[in-house]
Ligand binder design. Structure first.
Ligand code: DGI
Ligand code: FE
Ligand code: FE
Length: 191
């Protein structure tokens, strides 16, 4: 499937409004990161275009698809914001015959992160986090780090997200902690 076919499919689900515009910005940001870090641009394009494919689904429908996909049963005990990634990966595979595991995992884990993320997974996670219209505390530092080192940018993005969730007393999905732990340990444990 090429870029335009994928965009057409996603437009049918997201329309051309803000969520689609976000997808286009993630696509451009992800391509910049792919060029910088030598990732396969076709894979990056597919993963970026489909990453929020399920974003506008109702919570009931997302839950139904999680069951059908035999997804991690813990997900239903965490924030429903996390569910659209796994559902998008399932539907992209089932409905559009995208078979590339790395592409599917980049879509699957863009909401949560996980330990041992591939370069493609990190690129999609970060592009989603730093696309030009995002405005979180600490975003500029994450953008600067993403020009130099994907792992350091990931640690920054994950720690920002975890800190934000702590301020809200939200539960934190274990894969997010595992992504963070994995990357800080690889960078050398600091006490
Ligand atoms: O779909 P987007 O709006 O583009 O962004 P996203 O896919 O990153 O949305 C996931 C959001 O879910 C994230 O920004 C914060 C929220 N969230 C709630 N619980 C968790 C969580 N994010 C992570 N990583 N881990 C959680 O446990
Ligand atoms: Fe998302
Ligand atoms: Fe997104």
């Amino acid at each position: 499937m090429n870029r335009n076919q994928a965009l057409e499919i996603v437009q049918r689900s997201l329309g051309t409004g803000p969520r689609y515009q976000h997808t286009l910005r993630v696509l451009e940001t992800a391509i910049t990161l792919a060029d910088r870090f030598g990732e396969d641009v076709n894979k990056v394009e597919l993963a970026a275009i489909f990453h929020d494919y399920a974003k506008l689904m109702s919570i009931d429908d997302l839950k139904k698809w999680l069951l059908k996909a035999k997804e991690d049963s813990r997900l239903v005990d965490y924030h429903s914001e996390l569910w659209h990634g796994p559902v998008a990966a399932y539907l992209t595979h089932q409905e559009f015959a995208i078979e590339d595991r790395d592409v599917l995992n980049a879509i699957r884990y863009h909401t949560t992160g996980r330990a041992n993320m591939s370069r493609l997974e990190k690129i999609i996670f970060l592009a989603d986090y730093i696309e030009p219209q995002r405005d979180f505390p600490g975003i500029d530092e994450t953008r600067e780090l993403a020009c130099k080192n994907l792992d350091e940018a990931m640690v920054k993005a994950l720690s920002n997200t975890i800190a934000f969730l702590l301020t809200k007393k939200s539960a934190i999905y274990p894969d997010t902690f595992e992504a963070y732990n994995d990357l800080v340990k690889k960078g050398g444990i600091r006490f």
